[in-house]
Design a protein around this ligand. Structure first.
Ligand SMILES: O=P(O)(O)OC[C@H]1O[C@H](OP(=O)(O)OP(=O)(O)O)[C@H](O)[C@@H]1O
Ligand SMILES: O=c1cc[nH]c(=O)[nH]1
Length: 214
């Protein structure tokens, strides 16, 4: 069996020698199409917040941890929705996974994100990890390692805005905004008003491989 690094896979998906186009420049190619607009994202988050409350029976011991970068504002939005329903504060924070990535030695250096754990910590809590896109599952695997270094939650669940498939690890989301079948030659770009100025989920082509342009 051949284990493939993220860098190798990105070079196949985005073009050899290319940086992942999600990480630089405008966050979407001109040819990308919108698969979720702002109101649809809002409705999906409202539904997920209600699902979290239902499945955790009121969510008394729920802590939301967003994975930088866009998982963090998503966790904040979910926390506010739950607070709006329950009328109490929902602990939330962020969990940086940079140093836990399995391609650390292969991929270009990345800026560290921020880990910000609420004062209650995570011991004995039901931690809901929040991220924008679920793809290979490697980010979530890294998040579980990062969480393990912080404490011992009683359970961990996963909330995702877009599940685009193509898992490489046995990872499954508990709460999904949208299941979006994709090809490996496409990329999903999530734009959120907090960092990007507006909300949208775009599906566009990955950068063509060398020799395929034009
Ligand atoms: O399931 P995976 O294959 O790990 O892919 C999903 C991850 O990819 C994106 O993050 P990215 O590493 O591009 O960083 P970003 O959050 O800063 O955009 C996205 O935000 C997820 O965290
Ligand atoms: O298409 C993809 C794949 C991984 N992460 C993203 O944000 N988009």
């Amino acid at each position: 069996m051949c284990a493939q690094s993220r860098a190798e896979r990105d070079s196949q998906v985005f073009g050899e020698g290319s940086a992942d186009p999600r990480g630089s420049g405008p966050r979407a190619a001109a040819t990308a199409r919108t698969v979720l607009d702002g109101p649809e994202i809002e409705r999906a988050l409202t539904r997920i917040a209600h699902e979290i409350l239902e499945r955790t029976k009121g969510g008394d011991d729920v802590t939301l941890l967003g994975i930088p970068s866009r998982g963090v504002p998503l966790a904040e939005r979910l926390a506010r929705r739950i607070e709006g329903v329950e009328g109490r504060t929902v602990p939330r924070g962020s969990l940086d996974i940079t140093m836990y990535r399995d391609d650390l030695r292969l991929a270009p250096a990345r800026a560290l994100g921020r880990t910000d754990v609420p004062p209650e910590g995570v011991d004995g809590r039901l931690v809901v990890l929040v991220d924008d896109v679920l793809f290979s599952g490697r980010t979530v695997r890294a998040a579980l390692d990062a969480l393990n270094d912080i404490g011992r939650p009683r359970a961990v669940q996963l909330a995702i805005l877009v599940d685009r498939g193509h898992r490489e690890l046995p990872v499954r989301a508990d709460y999904v905004g949208k299941n979006l079948p994709t090809s490996l030659r496409e990329t999903v770009t999530v734009q959120l008003s907090e960092p990007d100025g507006h909300d949208a989920v775009l599906l566009g082509p990955a950068k063509p491989r060398p020799g395929e342009e034009g």
